[in-house]
Design a binder for this molecule. Sequence first.
Ligand code: AMP
Length: 238
Amino acid sequence: MYAIPQKWYKEYGVRKYGAHGTSHQFVANEYARLTNKDISKLKIVTCHIGNGASLCAVEYGRCKDTSMGLTPLEGIPMGTRSGNIDPTVVSYICEKEGKSAKEVVNELNKKCGYLGVSGISNDSRDLNEAANNGNKDAMLALTIQEKRIADYIGSYYVYLEGIDAIVFTAGIGENASEMRERVCNRLKVLGVDIDLKLNADRGHPFRISTPNSKIDVWVIPTNEELVIARDTVKLLNI
Ligand code: AMP
């Protein structure tokens, strides 16, 4: 529940719903399966970083917290979404640009994140290329997102009272090794230690942490279609 009047919560259903549940569920269970561990004993932070992006604190196989909210706008910055901002920005931009709240919220969904900060693209490949060529706004867009990812992992570490594993997934999480490296560097204080050679891999599930790392860090390709198919079979009882 957000810290809002009970009426909004009870009558209007204003609360955190989250998103990407199929993906978080799949990679958390895959991590347990691949490492031969019991999911009911694990605390895992799953990082679904694609054009849409969210993190999930998975405690003993269940979601205890997640970064998206009433809508997918909440949480970390994404391809075109701002992620968390002070809600006052909405009324301020309405006044400045003579727009409705709906129009500004639409821009927070479609014109912000990578696209808004870099002014180049919502695609992480374009931003990486531009950043490698010295474009400061492209690097800034990446840095803001990486800082927020590390912030969420830090807060989930406190909330879950420690974490056993971090799993990266989705288009960026699975492929952007530079992003994983920079996020993990921000997590050194938690004892995260990654092997840059392992981190350069792609295309299948792999560990990127060293044996010294206090938290196991993996990259696991997601498979939302498989979870949907399995859930359908379960619902149909076949
Ligand atoms: P998704 O929403 O999970 O399909 O992820 C889309 C995002 O993944 C886009 O920003 C792509 O640029 C990014 N992506 C896909 N392949 C790569 C890659 N090889 N390196 C970096 N980012 C990638």
